[in-house]
Design a protein around this ligand. Structure first.
Ligand code: UDP
Length: 472
């Protein structure tokens, strides 16, 4: 039977970006691919990217769509992400089941679906797939270190370590093998902080922890040398693991070696503003603080002003992405101290959504003040940019601990947000600790680069994945 993969991303920027890259890599390898996006994601992609032209080159590719259960005018912002999960459960789950049982993806294509690659957060896909007897290989687009804490959640619950009250966050966690010397309660995903196991997010993670090891395989966006200390434990639960990251570099190396033009490749859900590049070109190398909190995280008005004061007080130049809806609340322009406005005119550049991979690759960038999303973390590592981590949700708290205490490539300011901390963090990374952070980063840039060149670990795992898909 000719291989035909159904890819089903979580409808958020990071997962969609990774899954579309995987989809294209599979097409190039001769595998038929259907990508199932939510209607909303598909509309945004069509508005801001050339995906139709790009994927139109592949005769073995098609897009399909499904409802996310939310009304068209729902803002789908980070502060309302639970509503998205409720919509997925109430509407997407039963519709997906109906689609699979009726064989709709198979009848629209030349070949029946032979493998499903869903996001790891979709346990229901495994239930349906078992019913229709199609193997599932999960793609976990969060970090392996955070996924490992998810997989260990049942152990933590059994050991009485979770749930816990949020007031004593420095207690060490003992039931996550490989992390016992450095993982504290505050470094666990934020939703472990709820003191009620019935909490909807905790329930989602518990379901994920039970379903991922039951799948045929697990794809991870990392490379062996970065996450070896965690992978060795994870493979006891999920032996069939494919580490194909950093996927944005694997993607580039594959497309270049296949001589496919890489111009204008974007999976961005928002319009990319490129005016920052002429400003960056005029800056001194490694002098700029790049500030972005990704596609979903937000900050209150108070936090926003603390960030702004801290950046200005650091005396450094800064490029700050202020995504629409990322500031939770409103403020009056009269509230803004004159000094902030004047200093920003001299030393700052405020922008909306940017092509982040290209920004991080620009020689002017000296540090990334980030929310520690996994894609942002990998993109920063691969460009050798040290990080100041201000994590909010999902895997970010775990990632920032690994950045600061395991990989030693940045500093973690989680659970604080005051101007002094931000000023000090910027000065520390830019001046005081710069050389030691850069030294650690250099090693990962090299090892990450090797992993996606000939015979590198990620290339080998990707080839093994292709072989597996063709054999199923
Ligand atoms: N991103 C971007 N432009 C921006 C901010 C972010 O292209 O102005 C991209 C970034 O390169 C990354 C993704 O959005 O690939 C964010 O994913 P991440 O996992 O870091 O965080 P999330 O948005 O899922 O919280």
């Amino acid at each position: 039977m000719a291989p035909h993969v159904l890819i089903f991303p979580l409808p958020l920027q990071g997962p969609v970006n990774c899954m579309l890259k995987l989809a294209e890599l599979l097409c190039i390898s001769g595998i038929s691919v259907t990508v199932l996006n939510t209607n909303h994601i598909q509309r945004m992609l069509l508005r801001h990217t050339n995906v139709l032209t790009r994927f139109g080159r592949y005769l073995n590719f098609r897009f399909e769509t499904i409802s996310d259960g939310l009304p068209d005018d729902h803002p789908r912002t980070g502060d309302r992400v639970l509503e998205l999960f409720e919509g997925l459960k109430a509407v997407t789950e039963p519709v997906f089941r109906e689609m699979m049982v009726s064989g709709c993806f198979s009848s629209k294509s030349d070949a029946p679906v032979t493998v499903i690659i869903p996001d790891g957060v979709y346990p229901f896909v495994l239930d349906v797939a078992e019913e229709v007897k199609i193997p599932v290989i999960y793609f976990e687009t969060i970090s392996p270190c955070a996924l490992w804490t998810y997989l260990c959640l049942p152990n933590m619950v059994a050991a009485g370590e979770v749930p816990f009250k949020s007031n004593d966050l420095d207690v060490m966690i003992k039931s996550v093998p490989g992390t016992v010397n450095f993982l504290r309660r505050r470094d666990l995903p934020s939703f472990f902080r709820f003191d009620d196991l019935a909490d909807i997010q905790t329930q989602i993670v518990l379901k994920e922890a039970r379903s991922v090891p039951r799948a045929y395989g697990l794809i991870l966006n990392t490379f062996q040398a970065l996450d070896a200390s965690i992978l060795v434990h994870m493979q006891t639960l999920c032996p069939n693991t494919y580490c194909i990251g950093p996927i944005h570099k694997l993607y580039k190396s594959h497309l270049t070696s296949e001589s496919i033009l890489l111009s204008n490749v974007s999976n961005s859900l928002w319009e990319e503003n490129i005016t920052c590049f002429s400003w960056l070109d005029s800056q001194v190398p490694r002098s700029v603080v790049y500030v972005s909190i990704g596609s979903m995280a937000g900050m209150t008005v108070d936090q926003f002003f603390e960030f702004w004061h801290g950046l200005v007080n650091s005396g450094k130049h800064f490029l700050w992405v202020q995504r629409p809806c990322s500031i939770l609340g409103e403020y009056d322009d009269n509230q803004v101290p004159r000094r902030l406005v004047e200093e920003t005119k001299k030393r700052g550049f405020i922008t909306t959504w940017v092509p982040q991979e290209a920004v991080l690759a620009h020689s002017a960038i000296g540090v990334f003040l980030t929310h520690s999303g996994w894609n942002s973390t990998l993109e920063s590592i691969m460009e050798g940019v040290p990080m100041i981590c201000w994590p909010q949700n999902v895997d970010q708290q775990v990632n920032s601990r690994f950045v600061s205490d395991v990989w030693k490539i940045g500093i973690d300011i989680k659970d604080t947000c005051d101007r002094l901390t931000i000023e000090k963090a910027v000065k520390d990374v830019m001046d005081v600790k710069r050389s030691e952070l850069i030294e650690s980063l250099r090693m990962f840039v090299e090892l990450g680069g090797q992993s996606v060149t000939e015979d590198g670990s990620s290339i080998m795992d990707f080839n093994r994945l292709i072989k597996t898909i063709k054999s199923l």
